[in-house]
Design a protein around this ligand. Structure first.
Ligand SMILES: Cc1cc2nc3c(=O)[nH]c(=O)nc-3n(C[C@H](O)[C@H](O)[C@H](O)COP(=O)(O)OP(=O)(O)OC[C@H]3O[C@@H](n4cnc5c(N)ncnc54)[C@H](O)[C@@H]3O)c2cc1C
Length: 393
């Protein structure tokens, strides 16, 4: 068993590490100031300029196929890159990405939605959650009714990331109410690509995080039949494919944040003197650092193992759920400990720790809550779809 990174992986990882250090981290104080002042995170054009710089060096569309100008990186490489990006709380990402399910679009839709999303000229959002259907996504009630060559959509979606900024939405609606009532969700839900101009509106939702998701309201929104993404009635599988896209990616990014937080904690512990000694000499502080370091390592291998399984063409969903669950729970422990190590300063808005504290909390909720991951993991084991010990057993 060889757990070392190969030359290509090292080169990519190191390039991103340097980029984050040189280009992203210097923005941190200004980003904090802007957020305290309720200003947008990035000044106009700032994110685009950064992305253009990265693109010049070839960093564009990490997982996007080469035919669309992307890098087509492996899952392991993408995870490694996300760890590096996570080392700064500035929400930077490389351009050139598109929702994975947009690749199911037909040729016309690819020109209208996929290509402009990759090029950054159009913004998408993904909408399945509703006020009455979150974890239980099969309970969605948004309806699309056929009317001649059109469909008319009515319903409300909620907590939609990017819903305030999006030019179009990938929205999931019930198109066969009888099958839906009979629990045949795999045949009753359809995905539609709907431009904002078609008439849906968004309302900002204030959260404890830095950028608010949106409620999307559909009242008699009329779209042509050609707006269907994939096949009529087969939308639920697409939704699950979107959500399952890379449950190792969110914890990978959080892992980078935890590494940085522990480094900050150690630095502070070495310098902060109480009762005549640096707090780093106290066992209480050392144990917080040691436990955090162990958990970071455990998370690293859960993330890389899930990504590696995906690269091998194995069914990595079980491993991804474990990485997502462990990452969500442990990252929140780590940030809480590092806030504690900083004492009162950790609680202020002068340092980014409280920001990470609020942001990492979300990891336990979206793209499958802790409880839903546990439910999935236990079911896989109890039904024999996965075994304790995984693929090495
Ligand atoms: C900031 C943010 C961004 C989001 N972005 C998007 C997006 O872009 N697109 C989108 O469609 N959705 C998005 N979501 C929605 C998100 O996926 C849901 O909030 C999440 O799935 C949980 O659903 P819920 O909020 O309805 O909670 P509920 O499903 O009502 O759950 C409430 C509690 O009950 C628990 N619970 C539920 N069922 C069970 C069970 N069977 N056993 C044990 N415990 C259970 C849950 O774990 C949770 O603790 C976002 C949410 C947030 C907060």
């Amino acid at each position: 068993m060889d757990l070392t990174l190969n030359e290509e992986e090292l080169a990519v990882r190191d390039w991103v590490r340097t980029f984050v250090k040189r280009e992203v981290m210097p923005m941190e104080q200004e980003v904090l100031r802007r957020e305290r002042a309720n200003e947008p995170t990035f000044a106009p054009g700032e994110l685009e300029d950064l992305r253009a710089k990265a693109r010049e060096a070839g960093f564009f569309g990490l997982e996007t196929p080469e035919e669309y100008g992307g890098m087509a990186l492996s899952a392991v490489m993408t995870a490694l890159v996300n760890v590096e990006l996570g080392r700064s709380f500035v929400p930077f990402s490389f351009g050139g990405e598109a929702d994975n399910i947009l690749f199911h679009a037909n040729e016309q839709q690819k020109q209208d939605y996929l290509v402009p999303t990759i090029e950054g000229t159009r913004k998408s959002c993904f909408a399945i959650t509703e006020p009455g259907a979150g974890s239980d996504a099969r309970a969605i009630r948004t309806r699309a009714v056929r009317d001649g060559d059109d469909w008319v959509i009515d319903g409300e979606k909620t907590f939609i990331t990017g819903g305030n900024e999006a030019d179009f939405v990938i929205v999931f609606a019930v198109t066969d109410p009888e099958k839906h009532a009979a629990g045949q969700t795999d045949e009753s839900v359809t995905a539609f690509l709907v431009d904002r101009e078609a008439g849906w509106r968004s309302e900002y939702i204030d959260t404890m995080g830095q950028w608010g998701p949106a409620s999307l309201i559909f009242e008699g929104v009329r779209v042509p039949h050609s707006s269907i993404l994939g096949e009529e009635g087969r939308g639920f599988a697409l939704a699950m494919q979107w959500i399952g896209r890379g449950r190792y990616l969110l914890p990978a990014r959080a892992l980078g944040g935890c590494e940085r937080l522990v480094e900050m904690g150690m630095e502070h512990a070495r310098n902060r003197v109480t009762f005549g000694q640096p707090i780093a000499d106290r066992q209480a502080i050392q144990w917080m650092i040691a436990d955090s370091a162990v958990e970071i390592e455990a998370l690293r291998w859960l993330v890389l193992s899930a990504a590696w399984q995906a690269d091998q063409g194995m069914d990595s969903r079980h491993a991804q759920s474990m990485a997502k669950l462990y990452g969500g729970v442990r990252c929140n422990e780590v940030v809480d400990r590092m806030l504690q190590v900083h004492g009162g300063m950790g609680y202020t808005r002068e340092l980014p720790i409280e920001r990470w504290y609020r942001e990492l909390r979300l990891l336990r909720i979206y793209e499958g809550t802790d409880e839903i991951q546990r439910r999935t993991i236990a079911r896989n084991l109890l039904k024999g779809h996965a075994s304790v010990g995984g693929h090495l057993r």
